[in-house]
Design a protein. Sequence first.
Length: 417
Amino acid sequence: MASEILQPLQGMSDISFPEIELWRLLENKARRIFSLYGYREIRTPLLERTPLFLRSLGDTSEVVCKEMYSFEDRGGRDLTLRPEGTAGVIRNLAGLGPAGLNSRVYYIGPMFRCERPQAGRKRQFHQIGVEMTGDPNPRADAECIALQNHLLREVGLKNATIKVNTRGSIEDRKAVSTGLLDALEPNRENLCNDCQRRMEENILRVLDCKNPECQKIVNELPKMTDFMSDESAAYLDEVMKRLEDMGVVAQIDPSLVRGLDYYEHTVWEITHDALGAQDALCGGGRYKLEIGKKSVPGVGFAVGVERTLNALQAEGVEPSLPGMDFWLISLGDAALKTNLKLAQRLRERGLSCQMELETKSMKAQMRKADRARATWAVIRGENELADDIICLRNMKDGTQQEVSCGEALATLERVAE
Ligand code: HAM
């Protein structure tokens, strides 16, 4: 398999120019917008102890049951490549004492899930996420959804839909499970095998099933909120009202439960029609994570970078490709050496430039200048050296001017402004 060695692993991708430009756009906007809301960056390790994820994501979640890259290292430690960012971040904040229980942090980086690769499902994918720790507060949840919406709008995404629901409080859990179990019982045989198992292990997972037969049954179920306390229903109501106040358009999706077990109260997803079956760009919600002896409440979300960029491209957003201020063209060895010095001076002044580092024909060098989208070409050959000038060519209209070497730097700085 000579060619296999040149490919990344299945479900993983090299991300390079030109598509990397859209990645940078999204990441840069995220950094700027998060700072407007008081979030600071955090970078946690990609590898964590396996029990961190088993306990926080829930050992009946699909991610934990089927998708974790877990292994024993050479020291016999059980480790897992992070499948998501929340658990590692909250581990860090829990270790900070009281300050960590009232924090706002964001992260950008790769996550790993050993899923069957298909459109929208990668084994290494990337998330941009935030976590805000603090006690349950519908205003915090609404602000978090508004922030996510702000980011997507800022990058130019227009046709995304925000779906919100509640999983109720911990105290509601029993009533919700019993209520759903009773409602599903008459249809037990008609559910897929996975859902029949889910009825015993974690009944909320049934609501999340993508099987069309199961979905039909789920659509007929009473709403989860019917089994919850009035307080939990009022909490969701308050989130929706605050969103409306802030001008964020969101709809309630009564069957939205999310795939991770740490959520309570508000959960949400942002979907996009262009994405097909895996239509969720972003997911988030309020949670309580038990880490060590600490219990950390918070709210947060993660934007799936690949899916968001796919949606952006489907809406026709293209990366704007960076150009280059100057391409230095050298005709002959002496010109090449002099240009190398000029190139260094230009870069030290913050101007971008590039040149061939071997002698090449004029035609070949002009072709390179074109491809690099250079605004100007600086041409120097034996005649220019003898006259102590450079020839400055406007790459757009082809006009040329001669500039004395003494004024070259000042002129190049001026034209590049
Ligand atoms: P999640 O819904 O599992 O939530 O993932 C968030 C987003 O990551 C998804 O909406 C999707 O865009 C992207 N994603 C997930 N799996 C894949 C995959 N295999 N391939 C490509 N993209 C994928 C979380 O991870 C939570 N930690 C979010 C959160 C933060 N909740 C509270 N705080």
